[in-house]
Design a protein around this ligand. Structure first.
Ligand code: FES
Length: 338
């Protein structure tokens, strides 16, 4: 059984299979609906039912209150349509968002290597090319826990037949521990994607400030490679934060990139360098490096942040004190893969 769900105000029509969530069907058909967590806890995907009915699914009472259910609201990521429907969604699509459809792929592991003591590079060769925007992520099915984990794609879209992932081993995290300790070259994993709203606003010619911490380097790396490959001439700054030199991976690559491209600037920051690091670069947190570099004046740029929540919070505060508006700050918020 298939139901037709009309999305207002755009008038897009989504075909939803019996037992399929509205969000899953929409993303697979290239119809954009707002979402974040994807599993009923954040409330970002709330929609208003104008006609028809659906099973509300596993929506948490925090994300969808009883009074909202009574008003005919549903969470697109949980609800299972049970008739043709008309819904209204708060759709504010950025002109640079391509809305590429989500599809399922098989990814064969062709490379596993250490990037740092806690982060591995895993390269998957897909069974067919996946179109994505630099900065987006995939869901990777981890067989040992029969569940998916989200990882940003680290390679640029020009390398569409492969997916490079930077996987940090999360202490006590069953998914990332398995990927670090059990995964072997030659194994195949289920992949779906691309997902996410983290991408460069290319139509806006302002400079781009990328701030990355830990394995959060993956999406900025993809975005920067994509911009430079396309000959983009805007000023591009990469601030990369790490504890010490062993955790600062791909630094040589970015130093070389900065030598090759006049518009690319690389500023690494170590907050706890070891004596043997003989570090002569910036010492402190990555947001402090941003504040010092721009002397508290970041206007004329857009910022793209990817890293652990405390880094994101500190960076937002620095950027706003440095005269950047909230609308010019973009971030990847929900990539806490354990
Ligand atoms: Fe978070 Fe649906 S996306 S509740």
């Amino acid at each position: 059984m298939t139901y037709q769900v009309t999305v207002e105000p755009t008038g897009d029509v989504v075909e939803v299979e019996d037992g399929q969530t509205l969000l899953d069907a929409a993303l697979r058909q290239g119809v954009w609906l707002p979402f974040a967590c994807g599993h009923g806890t954040c409330g970002t995907c709330k929609v208003q039912v104008l006609e028809g009915y659906a099973d509300a699914g596993d929506a948490s009472s925090f994300a969808l209150m009883d009074s909202e259910r009574d008003e005919g609201k549903l969470l697109a990521c949980c609800c299972l349509p049970e008739s043709d429907m008309v819904i209204e969604a708060d759709i504010d699509v950025d002109p640079d968002f391509q809305g590429l459809p989500v599809e399922d792929y098989q990814g064969k592991v062709v490379l596993i290597e250490d990037l740092s003591p806690t982060i591995k590079h895993i390269r998957l060769e897909l069974d067919r090319p996946m179109a994505f925007q630099a900065g987006q992520y995939i869901n990777l099915h981890v067989p040992s826990i029969d569940s998916t984990r989200a990882f940003s794609i680290a390679n640029p879209p020009s390398m569409s037949g492969i997916v490079d992932l930077h996987v940090r081993k999360v202490e006590g995290g069953a998914g990332t521990t398995w990927l670090h300790e059990e995964l072997q070259v030659g194994q195949s994993l289920d992949v779906s994607g691309p997902y996410g709203q983290f991408f460069v606003r290319k139509s806006d010619p302002q400079g781009a400030i990328f701030i990355a911490g830990g394995s959060g380097l993956s999406s900025p790396e993809s975005m920067i490679m994509d911009l430079l490959e396309q000959g983009d001439t805007r000023p591009i700054y990469l601030f990369q934060g790490a504890r010490n030199k062993a955790e600062l991976y791909h630094a040589d690559y970015f130093y070389q990139l900065a030598e090759k491209h006049d518009n690319f600037h690389y500023i690494p920051a170590l907050n706890a360098p070891l004596p043997e690091d003989a570090w002569e670069g910036f010492v402190g947190f990555v947001h402090e490096a941003v504040g010092q570099f721009f002397e508290q004046r970041c206007s004329g740029n857009k910022a793209y942040l990817c890293g652990p929540p405390p880094m994101i919070e500190a960076a937002i505060s620095t950027l706003m004190q440095s005269r950047l508006f909230e609308r010019d700050i973009h971030m990847e918020q929900f990539l806490t893969a354990a």
